[in-house]
Design a protein around this ligand. Sequence first.
Ligand code: HEC
Length: 162
Amino acid sequence: MRQIFLMLLTVGFFSCNQQKDHTKALQNRIDSLEIKLADTYKPGFGDFMGSIQAHHSKLWFAGQNENWKLADFEVHELLETIEDIEKFQSDRTETALLSMIIPPLDSINKSIQQKNAALFKTSYTSLTNACNTCHQAVEMEFNVVTIPETSPYTNQDFKPID
Ligand code: HEC
């Protein structure tokens, strides 16, 4: 009886030790994954804004050329970038203010569906004003967005093909 008890105790001791080793190995993996995750490249707020600036500009030339397919594409690029900021920069207080450009983007969407160049122009002006309203709200009033005059993209044709 005593022998059986001692045997059970020994088996119990070993399996308990094995469990401890397993937990330690898992903890080490979690630690190294956390270090890797912290080092993963994540675009900053300013990187996303650079992309927004490009699509804001391209959207204008698409609209001016009544290239509604391209204009639609550019609006969606802007919306996707906004979603990316909300996802990757959720801890920045400025992110909560981003929604202020949604109503003008909705209005641009409507102008694209209606192929309405006049509505496109007024909605685009509202969008540009919203960019600046937010920059003022985040104390970046020195960052002034304007309606572009000439396309900086000499390698892209904004005219529709059909
Ligand atoms: C949340 C409100 C907000 C809105 C809306 C917004 N911005 Fe910004 N923008 C910022 C912030 C914050 C920065 C500074 C980012 C940083 O920390 O680097 C910035 C920076 C910029 C920059 C400077 C980037 C550079 O490197 O020069 C440009 C250009 C820009 N925004 C364009 C726009 C355009 C175009 C729109 C509208 C389509 C817009 N922004 C709408 C908040 C906003």
